[in-house]
Design a protein around this ligand. Structure first.
Ligand SMILES: NC(=O)C1=CN([C@@H]2O[C@H](COP(=O)(O)OP(=O)(O)OC[C@H]3O[C@@H](n4cnc5c(N)ncnc54)[C@H](OP(=O)(O)O)[C@@H]3O)[C@@H](O)[C@H]2O)C=CC1
Ligand SMILES: CC(=O)N[C@@H](CCC(=O)OP(=O)(O)O)C(=O)O
Length: 349
């Protein structure tokens, strides 16, 4: 396609955080015209009433999915809760391409989906054709896909750090420990007790200990890359900040491999990837180095325990962890430069 063509986009879940960040980024995309904004409880309201920071944009009002003229839509970005997304996406006409930010189409094994998400999958035939949208590793398949399932925010940070290492055999398939931290926007905009300021504001809380639903997603992708079963210990924590995510991954090195080999392997893997920066030795990645941007920073450190290394990865959960990666995948699906509308630098401090 040429850069002068217009692609008509709908956003499902436009009143939610991922939907809103998608709108923020898409509003500056030269090829996107937003033709429909879909919500549930907020349907019927102007977007700027729900999000005053959009007051300067001329956008359609929020409507329900039933009210949309789908002949006027080429692509749908989906920021619906998991368990809802698969049913809503199944109703869309085949002519509409889909970039899904929910978890519903990420797991290849639908038995695993039912086990971790507590319900049978509502659209198995669509799941069959879905492509896992970890952009840097599946560019060719994403470019050809009708439905792209963007990874979860934690899996994005973890897999960008570890997938090349599993693939090249630089790390062992077991002994991977992931200590993950997220800002509260990772939990979305709906009211929940644990994200009240009074309960999240001055504490650090682990959650989903040993049971978080991102475990099978991470193991699926590391296992596929390694060509054998991979297991991880993964514990997420809620941090009193709005945006940002940081994963500290403790790994067992393959025999004869050093932390320097790991850093070099990652730098080589991402040499052609504009948004993944393997930071120089001695630089410590931090969430504030990527906030508001589509960048992922990865640092590699030797562990004092022989044969082990520490790989630290950080992203903005709402940008590279959802809306930014969704837009990057959209760019590939339409033959555009993958950086289009994603060039903004991190917001620091
Ligand atoms: N927050 C994050 O950092 C990340 C989130 N994700 C995933 O993206 C998805 C969206 O997350 P997030 O934006 O945080 O969630 P929010 O809770 O902020 O927003 C959810 C949105 O879905 C809409 N909605 C809910 N139920 C329905 C329904 N039955 N029909 C139509 N619309 C509905 C809501 O509309 P209304 O408010 O009007 O009812 C709202 O717009 C989730 O699957 C989430 O897990 C993925 C990566 C990162
Ligand atoms: C802080 C917080 O609650 N984070 C969310 C992760 C957000 C995400 O990536 O969710 P999906 O897999 O549904 O896309 C969680 O742990 O469930």
């Amino acid at each position: 396609m040429t850069s002068t063509q217009t692609i008509r986009a709908a956003v499902l879940g436009a009143s939610g955080y991922t939907g809103a960040d998608l709108i923020r980024l898409a509003a500056r995309h030269p090829s996107i015209e937003i033709t429909a904004l879909i919500a549930k409880a907020h349907a019927g309201q102007p977007l700027a009433k729900v999000y005053p920071h959009f007051a300067s944009l001329d956008l359609p009002a929020l409507v329900t999915a039933d009210e949309v003229d789908w002949d006027n839509v080429d692509v749908a970005f989906c920021g619906l809760p998991h368990g809802t997304a698969h049913n809503e996406i199944a109703k869309l006409p085949d002519s509409v391409k889909v970039v899904d930010m929910s978890a519903d189409f990420r797991l290849r094994d639908l038995g695993t989906y039912a086990e971790w998400y507590g319900a049978e999958h509502g659209a198995p035939e669509l799941a069959e054709g879905a492509v896992y949208g970890l952009t840097e590793h599946y560019r060719d398949a994403i470019a050809e896909a009708r439905l792209v399932a963007c990874p979860g925010c934690y899996p994005t940070a973890v897999l960008l750090a570890l997938l090349p290492l599993s693939k090249s055999g630089l790390i062992a398939a077991d002994g991977i420990i992931i200590d993950a931290k997220s800002g509260v926007s990772g939990a979305g905009r709906s009211l929940k007790q644990n994200i009240l300021f009074s309960e999240a504001g001055e504490g650090l809380s682990p959650y989903g200990v040993g049971t978080h639903r991102h475990v099978p997603e991470i193991e699926q992708e590391l296992g596929a890359a390694a060509g054998k079963s991979v297991t991880v210990n993964f514990t997420p924590h809620l941090v009193p900040m709005t945006r940002g995510e940081l994963c500290t991954c403790y790994v067992q090195l393959a025999d004869g491999t050093s932390a320097d080999d790991v850093r070099e392997g990652l730098a080589k893997a991402y040499a052609e990837s504009p948004f993944v920066r393997v930071v120089e030795e001695g630089v410590i990645p931090a969430t504030q180095h990527v906030r508001g941007s589509n960048y992922c920073h990865i640092g590699v450190f030797a562990d004092r325990i022989p044969g082990r290394a520490i790989v630290i990865s950080t992203i903005d959960n709402l940008v590279k962890g959802s809306a930014g990666q969704a837009l990057q995948n959209f760019n590939l699906m339409y033959g555009l430069d993958e950086t289009t509308a994603l060039e903004q630098l991190p917001l620091f401090p």
